[in-house]
Design a binder for this molecule. Structure first.
Ligand code: IVH
Length: 651
């Protein structure tokens, strides 16, 4: 079906006309499977309607006009089972002795299990939680808004439906950006999936890792991963291992745990061969062909002695539990996060309660459960502990509304600015002092600080004062992406700032952008786009103030690889190359639009083995994963061939 552009003059349509068009195009896309405009134009219409009539009912009725309502029961045709657990290598080896062939190793993601079904037309039809294993809850509308979940797949001719299972999770970078608003990444993901408003769910930035395909004709787990990838899913990282490699593979994850962008609570091993899986079968609780080798939970019980309320840079008052000292992952913990006021109420937390504190991955220790209640009631303060303004209760949150005059919020904003722009030396203690002393309130004030003014404070000598001034001076020129991120707009983290910078190139253009222009950018979407534009507008005074002192450098557009012959291909080099240095070979790959990979993975297009010297573990691994291996000479042939294919580059 051909796609038509929006008719000239559509920008002038009123809300009724826009609503009618959105409803019509929604129906054509979802119900008829015959869209007549591009996704981009559809998003523009939706955005225009959102601006003209933010509460229009059509906006909450997008997606398939299916009979699936949030929370409705969904029966799993194949039950979603649990995993058996192992806590040591011996148990694992005993389990692995029961079948033939290699194992597939994947990290056990601490998220929310999810089943996603596609109908005969390839469209996403139902997404559900695991629930009891037999019956889950309908979460279709929210799963449709997860950026890396395919909304439609190209089904192979031998399949008339498809079910992919996996884990919905919240990336830890995203969790950090939501600074203290939620208990832990898993609860945040679970809450977001059950949200009644898909826009709010989408704004969380959930992601999906596929780990299973139900049905189909695959012969091994690796085949399933390959199929899922072909259909557009992001598979959970996976690798084939032998029984000898099980323990070292597990230990690799223990070591990498803090560096991952998702929380894991174990490593899952499965028999790779599906015929072996069939032979082993399942109990009512778990399949016998899979097991979770659990990571040691860093949990301990202690007593809650007091609650302090700390004010974040967004004005939320976060409850912090003061606990009797307890050892967690080798560190003595006396403070744990209690997340937010809603959670304190929900867990019926009281002073004197025995609580389980948990520390996972890189996340700060937090309240996992109330083991035994105490006596003392916990109530939020009536006034902001920092500025004395009367607080507001907004749902689960206690908020200080004094966003411009509250010292604690200023300290948060100043600290964030210093961290992002690499101004060193302004730690929490100094910021507290300088804000209280009236010399700092907004990041603009950094630029008018003099060593003399600083030296009026106790313990601030000349050396430190001039060092601080020099640090500030070093930030008088900043790349656009850094500047944007330093502003502290809650949704403008590292990735989003970079995306904006590379797309708009100058601060002027970023400031002039409308939500509709942001919507199509990677990982944006309606709600984020609107919030970023709002956040920037709210900071107009801050931006103007900073511009009196700071030069913001325009960004470089990313290299244009479109049309280059090796777009989407990746090459990794091993052994010693004869014809050129490895760096030069990598430069050639990039010049032709490809990626110079740094490790072997399933998605690697070619492993190139140099003519000189021997290739080691990379070769073994590539062969195991079925990655094509080519010689240096074959690589050079490919280079010649590719160079010949670049228009205008033919000799
Ligand atoms: S395989 C029978 N692989 O762990 C289920 N599960 O306790 C086979 N999980 O609810 C699932 N990461 O949602 C598998 N890489 C992974 C996983 C994973 C997380 C979850 C899954 C299930 C729970 C089992």
């Amino acid at each position: 079906m051909a796609l038509n552009p929006l008719p000239a003059g559509w920008e002038g349509w009123d809300a009724d006309r826009l609503a009618a068009e959105v409803a019509e195009h929604n129906r054509r896309y979802w119900d008829d499977a015959e869209p007549t405009i591009s996704d981009y134009d559809y998003d523009r219409l939706v955005e225009a309607l959102r601006r003209a009539a933010p509460d229009h009912p059509v906006l909450s009725a997008m997606g398939p006009s299916a009979d699936n309502n949030p929370g409705d029961p969904v029966v799993h045709a194949h039950p979603m089972l649990s995993l058996d657990k192992a806590y040591d290598e011996e148990t694992l080896q005993k389990w692995a002795a029961k079948f033939e062939g290699d194992l597939v190793m994947t990290p056990k993601i601490d998220g929310v299990a999810c089943s996603i079904r596609y109908g005969a037309d390839g469209r996403l039809s139902v997404a559900a939680t695991r629930g009891s294993g037999t019956v889950g809850e309908d979460i279709t509308q929210n799963v449709l808004r997860i950026a890396n979940v395919p909304k439609r797949v190209e089904l192979p001719s031998d399949l008339d439906a498809l079910e992919v299972r996996g884990e919905v999770y919240l990336p830890l970078t995203r969790f950090a950006e939501l600074a203290g608003q939620f208990a832990n990444p898993r609860n945040t993901a679970a809450g977001a999936l059950k949200q009644k408003d898909p826009d709010r769910s989408a704004a969380m930035g959930l992601r999906f890792f596929a780990y299973d395909v139900v049905g189909g004709t695959a012969a091994t787990e690796l085949d399933k991963f390959q199929n899922a990838t072909r259909w557009g899913f992001e598979p959970v990282e996976h690798r084939l291992v032998t029984r000898e490699e099980v323990q070292s593979g597990y230990e690799e994850y223990v070591a990498r745990r803090d560096a991952l962008d998702f929380e894991i609570d174990g490593v899952v091993f499965k028999a790779n061969d599906l015929a072996e899986q069939d032979r082993l079968g399942a109990t009512a609780h778990h399949p016998r062909y899979a097991i979770a080798y659990k990571l040691q939970g860093d949990s301990a019980t202690t007593t809650l002695e007091d609650v302090e309320w700390s004010v974040s840079r967004t004005g939320a008052l976060t409850p912090v539990g003061i606990v009797a000292p307890v050892s967690l992952s080798g560190a003595t913990v006396t403070r744990i996060s209690l997340h937010n006021w809603g959670l304190v109420q929900q867990k019926e937390l009281t002073i004197g309660a025995t609580v389980a504190a948990m520390r996972r991955g890189g996340v700060i220790p937090y309240l996992e459960a109330v083991v035994e209640p105490g006596e003392g009631a916990i109530t939020p303060p009536e006034r902001c502990p920092s500025c004395g303004t009367a607080v507001e209760i907004q749902g689960d949150f206690v908020v200080c509304p004094n966003s411009l005059g509250c010292p604690a919020q200023s300290v948060g904003i100043l600290g964030h600015y210093a961290k992002v722009t690499d101004i060193e030396g302004f730690g929490q203690v100094w910021l507290d002092t300088l804000v209280e002393g009236g010399v700092l309130q907004s990041p603009v004030d950094y630029y008018t600080l003099s060593a003399d003014a600083l030296m009026r404070f106790d313990r601030m000598g000349e050396t430190l004062a001039s060092k601080l001034v020099a640090q500030v001076d070093a930030t008088r020129t900043q790349p656009l992406a850094t500047f944007l991120r330093a502003l502290g707009v809650p949704d403008l983290g590292k990735t989003a700032s970079k995306t904006l910078a590379e797309h708009f190139l100058s601060l002027e253009k970023v400031r002039a952008a409308t939500p509709a222009e942001l919507v199509p950018l990677p990982k944006f979407g309606d709600l984020l786009a609107a919030r970023v534009v709002d956040g920037l507008a709210q900071r107009a005074e801050l931006i103007d103030g900073l511009l009196a002192h700071v030069t913001v450098e325009d960004a470089e557009p990313p290299p244009d690889t479109a049309g280059l012959p090796w777009v989407g291909q990746s090459f990794l080099f091993t052994g010693t190359l004869e014809a050129m240095k490895r760096g030069d070979a990598q430069a050639i790959v990039k010049e032709l639009g490809g990626i110079a990979a740094s490790g072997v993975s399933r998605s690697l297009s070619y492993l190139v083995v140099g003519n000189k010297g021997k290739a080691g573990s990379k070769l073994t691994k590539a062969e195991k994963l079925g990655v094509p291996v080519i010689s240096e000479d074959e690589f050079l042939d490919k280079v010649d061939e590719a160079r010949g294919a670049i228009p205008g580059d033919v000799e």
